[in-house]
Design a protein around this ligand. Structure first.
Ligand SMILES: *Cc1c(COP(=O)(O)O)cnc(C)c1O
Length: 426
């Protein structure tokens, strides 16, 4: 099936007389009629539901849909995108390990990796995603367990060189994790370009209506844990018995699904950052119309980016699908259907001019969100990076005049009119 069809039909097939939409199974627990039946599920957690801290039938249907959309063997939903990135890395790294991450990633992930994981004894080795093959390779240590990058980075809008990153990861026999939030599986499926694990903040386009925070981890099933273990001794906990799960051996028992089942059995069981059935239901409503919405925001995004590029009051426009963008060629290869609806611009006159532009907008909402159904704007220098001086902003790669503009589903003429109001105020 093609992606539009999967978005509607994958994961749930009602039998005669059953509801057409995925039912909300709002229950913490599941009844059995014998001790043995429960014991069997404790031996093999894939046999049935026991407790909604880590599994729920509504979530399960949505997980199967997302796995199918990305082309993976399994998916686990999480209560937020942050939880997805956290568990995706913790499933591979323990205290004393390190991993490599691109500096061009979401600010929240930078905090998580650079500060909170550090407190847990896990070192994040930062690399410029555009650094050469040799330079990135040289950053590896014997304890480096994975690589992490973003398809389209938030907010700098760089496009990841998938093939370079996958080649490095696989040469070093570690999995390559990609945050595919901005692209969604409609615009890009990282597994087709060598990624092993995909994470999402479903709070953005996938849910799409700004009603539900959520995340997802998807396993391609392609990484050969047994081979990597034999070559490097890494990933022993995929091969050897799990003490916390009465000796379960993930690769031996689950083969290609070892990673995603281990994440659920160990990490979700212990951390419990699992969404409710209601949350998964909202996410599914978004997924049903995702291809239509992505097509529309890509179309609008290009018109809006070209409009900004024509203005003398704008000094730079980042939009990978626009001719002349630094990442245009790469976007044509990895994102042929478009590069989503998010644009970053720099306003002539710095912070003051950017604030004047923002304050003059009537339609676009000023909010800390992005990739939404409604057009929204954020000024990093006066919001998320407010405490920094002009000098500090510069070294953080954010100039005072930078604005992140996220196109919604409004009529593009209304969006352009609103932008002109903003530009006139500068
Ligand atoms: C928002 C975002 C996240 C974090 O997701 P939450 O659902 O807000 O926790 C992670 N990655 C990217 C690219 C994001 O835009």
């Amino acid at each position: 099936m093609k992606i539009e069809t999967k978005c509607l039909h994958s994961g749930y097939m009602p039998k005669d007389g059953e509801p057409c939409t995925i039912p909300i199974i709002q229950s913490t627990t599941y009844r059995y009629h014998s001790c043995n039946a429960v014991a069997d599920i404790f031996d093999d957690p894939t046999l049935g539901a026991i407790y909604s801290r880590f599994f729920n039938p509504t979530c399960d249907a949505v997980e199967k849909k997302i796995a199918d959309m990305e082309g993976g063997v399994g998916c686990m939903l999480t209560s937020s995108g942050q939880a997805a990135s956290l568990l995706a890395v913790l499933n591979l790294c323990s205290a004393g390990d390190s991993f490599i991450a691109s500096t061009n990633i979401y600010g929240g992930t930078i905090n998580l990796f650079g500060f909170t994981l550090k407190k847990l004894g896990i070192e994040c080795i930062w690399v410029d995603s555009e650094a050469s093959y040799e330079e990135i390779l040289s950053k590896f240590k014997p304890n480096t367990k994975c690589m992490f990058g973003e398809t389209i980075s938030n907010p700098s809008l760089t496009v990841l060189d998938f093939e370079k990153w996958a080649k490095i990861a696989h040469e070093k026999k570690v999995p390559f994790i990609v945050d595919n939030t901005f692209a969604t599986p409609v615009l890009c499926r990282p597994f087709e370009w060598g990624a092993d694990i995909v994470v999402h903040s479903t709070s953005k386009y996938m849910e799409g209506h700004a009603v539900q925070i959520g995340g997802a981890i998807i396993d391609s099933g392609n990484f050969d844990w047994a081979e990597a273990y034999k070559a490097t001794g890494n990933f022993a906990d995929f091969i050897e018995p799990d003490e916390s799960y009465h000796g379960l051996k993930y690769v031996e028992k689950y083969g290609k699904m070892a990673y995603i089942i281990k994440t659920r059995c160990q990490l979700m069981r212990d951390f419990g950052c699992f969404p409710s059935a209601q949350s998964a239901f909202y996410l599914n409503l978004g997924l049903e119309t995702l291809p239509l919405r992505m097509e529309k925001v890509c179309k609008t995004g290009l018109i809006v980016a070209e409009h900004f590029a024509k203005s003398k009051k704008i000094t730079s426009v980042n939009y990978p699908a626009m001719k002349g963008d630094k990442f245009y060629e790469r976007a044509q290869k990895y994102l042929p259907k478009g590069s989503c609806g998010v644009i970053s611009i720099s306003v002539k006159g710095g912070k003051e001019a950017a604030i004047r532009f923002m304050d003059a907008l009537k339609l676009s909402s000023v909010e800390v969100h992005v990739a939404d159904i409604r057009t929204c704007v954020l000024h990093p220098a006066s919001a998320t990076h407010r405490q920094l001086s002009d000098e500090q902003l510069k070294s953080a790669g954010i100039d005072g005049g930078m604005i992140r503009f996220s196109c919604g589903l409004e009529n593009v003429e209304d969006i352009l009119k609103d932008i002109d109001c903003g530009l006139a105020a500068i």
